[in-house]
Design a binder for this molecule. Structure first.
Ligand code: NAD
Length: 397
């Protein structure tokens, strides 16, 4: 098939297999150029491993530390005449690169929130790896089916207590307008916490502990975001922020449970970046566009791969994680640098449709978004036929 982008609001319904493979290869090259991570992880489970931060975590562990990796995700395989999802093609490419480098890689496609998925993964760890020494939890999902009750929880992105109005960027048209979001109502907060909070992370870790598949000194990390005050009503102080508070609650509980193994649970606060999850959050794309401009000018811009490489190399495995006052790892440090936030804050007040190109890196935002789906990568012939039925080797029966 010849595959072109089909964008519907904040999603792209097509993905390019060769472009996704190039995106993965580019990330591998970034990690390899930085050399081996000394004393890095060796056997790694990544939950949410096919796109965004989870994919980059898997790449950084495999190609920075020669780690064997098991990845879990929810993606759609492609067919001869129908595109699969980007995460499917990313994983196909990752596994091929891992095999070529002599690295073990196995993937599981299905619902990570379910009990059967946890059991299947545990069986694979027992059979192939024995124990894992790092568990990365990087799920982002709009819903979760409770594994016990069968109830389906839905997460929402809403402010709490009052209506929130702020600037917003229409990422299709490049128009800066205003968005007004009604506050959470009913059980919106509880539902969002049930999906994006720490409960499922705890269930995974408890199952892994019970099965005795965690190595001495195991580390586990889940990801969070804080960001600047301008986004707090919709993020930190909104429904998603409550879920992230619950992730911190789970981190403290897991830290206790891992003590017997000499292990450690972490929350890492990461930088705001264009991913499939973040492009769905109102206000955030405008902030990201302003942020990219300021950080690129300062020479401190990073993408998911640089962030995750830094997390492993300079924090989790160098003996100096530099936790903040409440124990979180902060690889959002360069984003939150006062000189960056000062520029972004000032431009936030001034930005409009006319000066967008001057103040914000909207072009960078759009190209990052397209790259998530394998479009706009150098060296790919987008006029040529491509194999949309590309298989993920470990998922081929
Ligand atoms: P993403 O959408 O790129 O990745 C989500 C992953 O979860 C994918 O691998 C997807 O297949 C998987 N997934 C979703 N539902 C699943 C299910 N039911 N079963 C199995 N797998 C499932 O998202 P992301 O932006 O990389 O987010 C990952 C984490 O990082 C989230 O906790 C997010 O809050 C956090 N984070 C993101 C940003 C950002 O700016 N993107 C910043 C800081 C922290």
């Amino acid at each position: 098939m010849i595959v072109a982008p089909k964008i519907r609001g904040f999603i792209c319904t097509t993905a390019h297999p060769d472009g996704c493979a190039k995106h993965v290869a580019d990330q591998i090259a970034v990690v390899k150029a930085r050399g081996l991570i000394e004393n890095g992880p060796k056997k790694v489970l990544v939950i949410g491993s096919s796109t965004g931060y989870g994919l980059s975590s898997r790449i950084a562990a495999a190609f920075g530390s020669n780690a064997a990796t098991i990845g879990v995700f929810f993606e759609k395989p492609g067919e001869a005449d129908k595109c699969g999802t980007a995460g499917w093609y990313n994983t196909a490419a990752f596994e091929k690169e891992a095999a070529a480098a002599g690295l073990y890689a196995k993937s599981f496609n299905g619902d990570a929130f379910s009990d059967p998925m946890k059991s299947e993964v545990i069986e694979a760890i027992k059979a192939d790896l024995g124990k894992v020494d790092l568990v990365v939890y990087s799920l982002a999902s709009p819903r979760r089916t409770d594994p016990k009750s069968g109830e389906v929880y839905k997460s929402v992105l809403k402010p709490i207590g009052e209506v929130y109005t702020n600037k917003n960027l229409n990422t299709t048209t490049g128009v800066v307008n205003e968005v007004t979001i009604e506050p959470a109502e009913g059980d919106d907060v509880a539902q969002t916490v049930a999906v994006m909070g720490g409960d499922d992370w705890e269930l995974w870790m408890e199952a892994l502990i019970a099965a005795d598949v965690l190595a001495e000194g195991v580390q586990t990390v889940a990801y969070s975001y804080i960001g600047p005050e301008v986004t707090w009503p919709i993020y930190k102080n909104g429904t998603i922020g409550r879920a992230k508070e619950d992730v911190e609650r789970a981190q403290a509980a897991l830290d206790e449970k891992l003590k017997g193994l000499g292990g450690k649970a972490w929350v890492s606060v990461n930088k705001a970046l264009v991913t499939q999850a973040s492009s769905a959050i109102p206000v955030v794309p405008l902030y990201i566009s302003l942020l990219y401009k300021a950080m690129k000018a300062a020479g401190t811009h990073e993408d998911c791969i640089e962030q995750m490489d830094r997390l492993l190399r300079d924090r989790l495995y160098n003996g100096n994680p530099q936790p903040d006052e409440v124990g979180r790892i902060r690889v959002d440090d360069w984003e939150m640098a006062p000189e960056i936030q000062e520029i972004v804050g000032k431009r936030w007040d001034e930005v409009n449709t006319e000066n967008l190109a001057e103040f914000a890196d909207f072009e960078g935002y759009q190209s990052s978004f397209l790259r998530l789906f394998g479009f706009g990568l150098e060296g790919i012939d987008y006029e040529a036929q491509t194999d949309t039925a590309t298989a993920v080797p470990s998922l081929t029966k």
